[in-house]
Design a protein around this ligand. Structure first.
Ligand code: P6P
Length: 331
Protein backbone atom coordinates (compact mmCIF):
# COMPACT_ATOMS: atom_id res chain seq x y z
CA UNK A 1 0.00 0.00 0.00
CA UNK A 2 1.40 3.35 -1.04
CA UNK A 3 2.17 5.18 2.24
CA UNK A 4 0.70 8.48 1.10
CA UNK A 5 -2.78 7.00 0.89
CA UNK A 6 -2.63 5.46 4.36
CA UNK A 7 -5.54 6.56 6.44
CA UNK A 8 -5.34 6.69 10.23
CA UNK A 9 -7.70 3.73 10.42
CA UNK A 10 -5.52 1.63 8.11
CA UNK A 11 -2.39 2.71 9.98
CA UNK A 12 -3.87 1.68 13.34
CA UNK A 13 -4.74 -1.76 11.97
CA UNK A 14 -1.30 -2.11 10.40
CA UNK A 15 0.38 -1.17 13.68
CA UNK A 16 -1.82 -3.58 15.62
CA UNK A 17 -0.61 -6.36 13.37
CA UNK A 18 2.96 -5.35 14.34
CA UNK A 19 2.11 -6.20 17.96
CA UNK A 20 1.55 -9.93 18.21
CA UNK A 21 0.16 -9.62 21.74
CA UNK A 22 -2.17 -6.76 20.87
CA UNK A 23 -5.75 -7.47 21.83
CA UNK A 24 -7.00 -4.63 19.71
CA UNK A 25 -8.00 -2.50 22.72
CA UNK A 26 -5.35 0.12 22.01
CA UNK A 27 -6.50 0.22 18.39
CA UNK A 28 -10.07 0.74 19.53
CA UNK A 29 -8.86 3.46 21.89
CA UNK A 30 -7.07 5.25 19.05
CA UNK A 31 -10.16 4.93 16.87
CA UNK A 32 -12.20 6.49 19.65
CA UNK A 33 -9.79 9.43 19.82
CA UNK A 34 -9.96 9.67 16.02
CA UNK A 35 -13.77 10.04 16.14
CA UNK A 36 -13.79 12.51 19.05
CA UNK A 37 -11.14 14.65 17.33
CA UNK A 38 -13.29 15.00 14.22
CA UNK A 39 -16.31 16.07 16.28
CA UNK A 40 -14.29 18.64 18.23
CA UNK A 41 -12.56 19.89 15.06
CA UNK A 42 -15.90 20.63 13.48
CA UNK A 43 -17.04 22.67 16.50
CA UNK A 44 -13.72 24.51 16.86
CA UNK A 45 -13.82 25.47 13.19
CA UNK A 46 -17.33 26.85 13.66
CA UNK A 47 -16.35 28.67 16.86
CA UNK A 48 -16.70 32.13 15.38
CA UNK A 49 -20.13 31.33 13.99
CA UNK A 50 -21.85 29.43 16.77
CA UNK A 51 -22.38 31.02 20.17
CA UNK A 52 -20.42 28.40 22.07
CA UNK A 53 -17.22 30.36 22.55
CA UNK A 54 -18.53 32.62 25.27
CA UNK A 55 -17.50 31.82 28.84
CA UNK A 56 -19.62 28.97 30.21
CA UNK A 57 -19.74 30.55 33.63
CA UNK A 58 -18.33 27.54 35.47
CA UNK A 59 -14.72 27.21 36.59
CA UNK A 60 -12.41 24.20 36.36
CA UNK A 61 -9.94 23.03 39.02
CA UNK A 62 -7.43 25.48 37.61
CA UNK A 63 -9.79 28.27 38.65
CA UNK A 64 -9.96 29.21 34.98
CA UNK A 65 -13.17 30.39 33.35
CA UNK A 66 -14.36 27.33 31.40
CA UNK A 67 -15.03 28.18 27.80
CA UNK A 68 -18.02 26.36 26.42
CA UNK A 69 -15.72 24.57 23.95
CA UNK A 70 -13.63 23.32 26.86
CA UNK A 71 -16.72 21.71 28.30
CA UNK A 72 -17.90 20.43 24.93
CA UNK A 73 -14.53 18.86 24.05
CA UNK A 74 -14.25 17.30 27.49
CA UNK A 75 -17.67 15.71 27.20
CA UNK A 76 -17.06 14.44 23.66
CA UNK A 77 -13.81 12.66 24.54
CA UNK A 78 -15.22 11.25 27.78
CA UNK A 79 -18.47 10.03 26.23
CA UNK A 80 -16.75 8.52 23.20
CA UNK A 81 -14.45 6.52 25.45
CA UNK A 82 -17.18 5.49 27.90
CA UNK A 83 -19.66 4.48 25.20
CA UNK A 84 -17.12 2.10 23.69
CA UNK A 85 -16.03 0.70 27.06
CA UNK A 86 -12.41 1.00 26.07
CA UNK A 87 -10.78 2.34 29.24
CA UNK A 88 -11.28 1.66 32.95
CA UNK A 89 -10.62 5.28 33.96
CA UNK A 90 -10.20 8.82 32.62
CA UNK A 91 -8.47 11.88 34.10
CA UNK A 92 -8.97 15.32 32.58
CA UNK A 93 -7.71 18.84 33.20
CA UNK A 94 -11.39 19.81 33.32
CA UNK A 95 -12.29 17.35 36.11
CA UNK A 96 -11.15 17.71 39.71
CA UNK A 97 -10.92 13.96 40.20
CA UNK A 98 -10.52 10.97 37.88
CA UNK A 99 -13.55 9.23 36.38
CA UNK A 100 -14.10 5.53 37.01
CA UNK A 101 -15.47 3.77 33.93
CA UNK A 102 -17.44 0.61 34.59
CA UNK A 103 -18.71 -1.88 32.04
CA UNK A 104 -22.36 -2.83 31.75
CA UNK A 105 -21.76 -5.56 34.33
CA UNK A 106 -20.52 -2.98 36.86
CA UNK A 107 -16.98 -4.31 36.57
CA UNK A 108 -14.29 -3.21 34.20
CA UNK A 109 -11.71 -5.51 32.73
CA UNK A 110 -10.41 -2.87 30.33
CA UNK A 111 -6.69 -2.47 30.77
CA UNK A 112 -6.02 1.17 29.90
CA UNK A 113 -6.45 4.54 31.57
CA UNK A 114 -6.44 7.80 29.60
CA UNK A 115 -5.37 11.24 30.80
CA UNK A 116 -6.08 14.33 28.74
CA UNK A 117 -6.25 18.03 28.33
CA UNK A 118 -9.32 18.08 26.09
CA UNK A 119 -8.82 21.58 24.72
CA UNK A 120 -5.55 23.17 25.73
CA UNK A 121 -5.12 26.86 25.02
CA UNK A 122 -8.87 27.36 24.74
CA UNK A 123 -8.52 31.01 25.82
CA UNK A 124 -7.02 31.51 22.34
CA UNK A 125 -10.15 30.36 20.53
CA UNK A 126 -11.78 33.78 20.52
CA UNK A 127 -8.74 35.23 18.73
CA UNK A 128 -8.58 32.38 16.20
CA UNK A 129 -5.29 30.93 17.43
CA UNK A 130 -4.69 27.18 17.08
CA UNK A 131 -5.68 25.07 20.07
CA UNK A 132 -5.26 21.39 20.79
CA UNK A 133 -6.12 18.17 22.59
CA UNK A 134 -3.35 16.32 24.43
CA UNK A 135 -3.66 12.70 25.59
CA UNK A 136 -1.66 10.08 27.45
CA UNK A 137 -2.40 6.36 27.85
CA UNK A 138 -1.18 3.87 30.49
CA UNK A 139 -1.90 0.23 31.31
CA UNK A 140 -3.73 0.07 34.63
CA UNK A 141 -1.67 -1.31 37.51
CA UNK A 142 -4.71 -2.24 39.64
CA UNK A 143 -6.33 -5.66 39.23
CA UNK A 144 -8.74 -5.96 36.26
CA UNK A 145 -12.34 -5.98 37.41
CA UNK A 146 -11.55 -3.87 40.49
CA UNK A 147 -12.28 -0.13 40.62
CA UNK A 148 -9.56 2.01 39.10
CA UNK A 149 -7.38 3.82 41.66
CA UNK A 150 -5.36 7.05 41.66
CA UNK A 151 -2.19 4.93 41.44
CA UNK A 152 -3.31 3.89 37.95
CA UNK A 153 -2.95 7.54 36.89
CA UNK A 154 0.10 8.55 38.94
CA UNK A 155 2.58 6.60 36.85
CA UNK A 156 5.95 7.84 35.55
CA UNK A 157 5.87 9.02 31.94
CA UNK A 158 8.25 6.23 30.92
CA UNK A 159 5.33 3.82 31.40
CA UNK A 160 3.07 5.52 28.84
CA UNK A 161 1.71 3.09 26.25
CA UNK A 162 0.70 5.88 23.90
CA UNK A 163 0.78 9.68 23.77
CA UNK A 164 -0.47 12.17 21.24
CA UNK A 165 -2.06 15.47 20.41
CA UNK A 166 -4.56 16.95 18.00
CA UNK A 167 -3.91 20.45 16.71
CA UNK A 168 -6.96 22.37 15.50
CA UNK A 169 -5.23 24.89 13.27
CA UNK A 170 -5.14 25.84 9.59
CA UNK A 171 -5.75 22.13 9.26
CA UNK A 172 -6.54 19.53 11.90
CA UNK A 173 -3.70 17.12 12.59
CA UNK A 174 -3.46 14.13 14.89
CA UNK A 175 0.09 13.24 15.93
CA UNK A 176 0.81 10.23 18.13
CA UNK A 177 3.27 7.56 19.20
CA UNK A 178 2.92 4.10 20.72
CA UNK A 179 6.64 3.90 21.39
CA UNK A 180 7.83 3.13 17.86
CA UNK A 181 8.26 6.57 16.32
CA UNK A 182 5.90 9.49 15.76
CA UNK A 183 3.41 9.81 12.90
CA UNK A 184 1.18 12.72 11.88
CA UNK A 185 -2.20 12.54 10.17
CA UNK A 186 -4.03 15.43 8.54
CA UNK A 187 -7.82 15.55 8.42
CA UNK A 188 -9.47 15.98 5.03
CA UNK A 189 -12.70 17.58 6.30
CA UNK A 190 -14.47 16.97 3.00
CA UNK A 191 -14.04 13.22 3.52
CA UNK A 192 -13.85 13.16 7.32
CA UNK A 193 -10.69 11.09 6.95
CA UNK A 194 -7.26 11.50 8.58
CA UNK A 195 -4.48 10.76 6.03
CA UNK A 196 -0.86 9.95 6.91
CA UNK A 197 0.78 13.26 6.00
CA UNK A 198 3.88 13.24 8.27
CA UNK A 199 5.33 9.71 8.49
CA UNK A 200 8.09 9.08 11.04
CA UNK A 201 8.37 12.66 12.35
CA UNK A 202 11.82 13.66 13.64
CA UNK A 203 12.93 16.85 15.41
CA UNK A 204 16.32 18.20 14.31
CA UNK A 205 19.11 18.08 16.91
CA UNK A 206 19.68 21.79 16.31
CA UNK A 207 17.18 24.58 15.81
CA UNK A 208 16.95 28.34 15.77
CA UNK A 209 13.63 28.94 17.51
CA UNK A 210 13.23 29.57 21.23
CA UNK A 211 9.72 29.69 22.67
CA UNK A 212 9.15 31.22 26.10
CA UNK A 213 6.88 33.84 27.65
CA UNK A 214 9.44 36.59 28.19
CA UNK A 215 6.86 38.50 30.20
CA UNK A 216 8.04 36.28 33.08
CA UNK A 217 11.75 36.95 32.39
CA UNK A 218 12.43 38.81 35.65
CA UNK A 219 11.03 35.85 37.63
CA UNK A 220 13.20 33.18 35.96
CA UNK A 221 16.22 31.63 37.70
CA UNK A 222 19.51 33.18 36.56
CA UNK A 223 20.54 30.22 34.36
CA UNK A 224 17.33 30.49 32.32
CA UNK A 225 17.85 34.25 31.96
CA UNK A 226 21.44 33.60 30.79
CA UNK A 227 20.27 31.06 28.19
CA UNK A 228 17.63 33.43 26.82
CA UNK A 229 20.27 36.19 26.67
CA UNK A 230 22.53 33.75 24.78
CA UNK A 231 19.74 33.16 22.24
CA UNK A 232 19.32 36.93 21.84
CA UNK A 233 23.05 37.74 21.64
CA UNK A 234 23.57 39.27 18.19
CA UNK A 235 27.21 38.21 18.16
CA UNK A 236 25.92 34.65 17.84
CA UNK A 237 27.03 32.97 14.65
CA UNK A 238 23.62 31.33 14.51
CA UNK A 239 20.87 33.92 15.04
CA UNK A 240 17.85 32.66 16.95
CA UNK A 241 14.22 33.69 16.51
CA UNK A 242 11.75 34.11 19.32
CA UNK A 243 8.41 32.48 18.55
CA UNK A 244 5.72 32.20 21.23
CA UNK A 245 2.09 31.58 20.34
CA UNK A 246 0.94 30.98 23.90
CA UNK A 247 -0.79 27.77 22.87
CA UNK A 248 1.28 24.77 23.98
CA UNK A 249 0.21 22.39 21.20
CA UNK A 250 0.87 25.01 18.50
CA UNK A 251 4.26 26.04 19.92
CA UNK A 252 5.54 22.49 20.38
CA UNK A 253 4.12 21.23 17.07
CA UNK A 254 5.94 24.01 15.20
CA UNK A 255 9.18 23.24 17.03
CA UNK A 256 8.92 19.52 16.19
CA UNK A 257 8.56 20.37 12.50
CA UNK A 258 11.13 23.21 12.36
CA UNK A 259 13.44 22.54 15.30
CA UNK A 260 13.51 24.63 18.45
CA UNK A 261 13.15 24.70 22.21
CA UNK A 262 9.93 25.30 24.17
CA UNK A 263 10.34 26.48 27.75
CA UNK A 264 7.87 26.97 30.55
CA UNK A 265 10.28 27.51 33.45
CA UNK A 266 9.46 27.88 37.11
CA UNK A 267 9.12 31.46 38.33
CA UNK A 268 9.36 33.09 41.75
CA UNK A 269 5.55 33.21 41.90
CA UNK A 270 5.08 29.73 40.35
CA UNK A 271 8.21 27.66 41.20
CA UNK A 272 6.79 24.64 39.34
CA UNK A 273 5.75 26.64 36.30
CA UNK A 274 2.28 26.35 34.81
CA UNK A 275 2.10 23.18 32.74
CA UNK A 276 0.66 19.93 34.06
CA UNK A 277 2.92 16.86 34.33
CA UNK A 278 0.44 14.09 33.62
CA UNK A 279 -1.56 15.34 30.64
CA UNK A 280 0.67 18.04 29.12
CA UNK A 281 4.37 17.49 29.87
CA UNK A 282 4.51 13.67 29.89
CA UNK A 283 2.73 13.13 26.56
CA UNK A 284 4.83 15.80 24.85
CA UNK A 285 7.99 14.41 26.46
CA UNK A 286 7.25 10.94 25.05
CA UNK A 287 6.49 12.33 21.59
CA UNK A 288 9.57 14.55 21.55
CA UNK A 289 11.90 11.78 22.74
CA UNK A 290 10.39 9.39 20.18
CA UNK A 291 11.10 12.08 17.55
CA UNK A 292 14.75 12.25 18.67
CA UNK A 293 14.49 15.29 20.94
CA UNK A 294 14.85 15.88 24.68
CA UNK A 295 12.46 16.90 27.48
CA UNK A 296 13.61 17.86 30.97
CA UNK A 297 12.46 19.82 34.01
CA UNK A 298 15.95 21.30 34.17
CA UNK A 299 17.29 18.51 36.37
CA UNK A 300 15.85 15.20 35.10
CA UNK A 301 13.95 13.66 32.21
CA UNK A 302 10.30 14.65 32.40
CA UNK A 303 9.47 10.96 31.85
CA UNK A 304 11.34 9.94 35.01
CA UNK A 305 9.45 12.29 37.36
CA UNK A 306 7.51 10.38 40.03
CA UNK A 307 4.00 11.89 40.04
CA UNK A 308 2.41 12.80 43.38
CA UNK A 309 -0.79 14.60 42.35
CA UNK A 310 -3.20 14.40 39.42
CA UNK A 311 -2.87 18.10 38.47
CA UNK A 312 0.68 18.76 39.56
CA UNK A 313 2.74 21.27 37.61
CA UNK A 314 6.37 20.91 36.54
CA UNK A 315 8.79 23.22 34.71
CA UNK A 316 9.55 21.99 31.18
CA UNK A 317 12.32 22.57 28.64
CA UNK A 318 11.80 20.46 25.52
CA UNK A 319 12.65 20.18 21.85
CA UNK A 320 15.87 19.96 19.80
CA UNK A 321 18.36 17.91 21.79
CA UNK A 322 21.38 20.20 21.37
CA UNK A 323 19.32 23.27 22.34
CA UNK A 324 18.05 21.58 25.51
CA UNK A 325 21.60 20.44 26.31
CA UNK A 326 22.81 24.03 25.87
CA UNK A 327 20.03 25.31 28.17
CA UNK A 328 20.94 22.74 30.82
CA UNK A 329 24.58 23.87 30.67
CA UNK A 330 23.41 27.20 32.08
CA UNK A 331 21.44 25.70 35.00
P1 P6P B 1 1.31 31.91 29.51
C1 P6P B 1 -2.68 27.91 27.62
O1 P6P B 1 -3.44 28.48 28.68
C2 P6P B 1 -1.51 27.18 28.26
O2 P6P B 1 -1.94 26.20 29.14
C3 P6P B 1 -0.65 26.56 27.17
O3 P6P B 1 -1.38 26.18 26.05
C4 P6P B 1 0.31 27.67 26.84
O4 P6P B 1 1.54 27.20 26.33
C5 P6P B 1 0.51 28.35 28.19
O5 P6P B 1 -0.69 28.12 28.94
C6 P6P B 1 0.70 29.84 28.03
O6 P6P B 1 0.88 30.36 29.34
O7 P6P B 1 1.57 32.03 30.99
O8 P6P B 1 2.55 32.11 28.69
O9 P6P B 1 0.15 32.71 29.00
Amino acid sequence: MEERYTTLGEFIIKKQQDFAYSSGELSRLMNSIRLASKIVAQKVNQAGLVDITGAFGSENIQGEQQQKLDVFANEVFIQTLINREIVCGIASEENDDFITVCGADGNNNNKYVLLMDPLDGSSNIDVNVSVGTIFSVYRRISEPGTPVTQADFLQKGIHQVAAGYVIYGSSTMLVYTTGNGVNGFTLDPSLGTFFLSHPDMKISANGSIFSVNEGNFNQFQQGVKDYISFCKDDSNKKPYSGRYIGSLVADVHRNILKGGIYMYPGTTSKPNGKLRLLYECNPFAMIIEQAGGKATDGHQRILEIEPTELHQRVPIFCGSKNMVDKLESYL
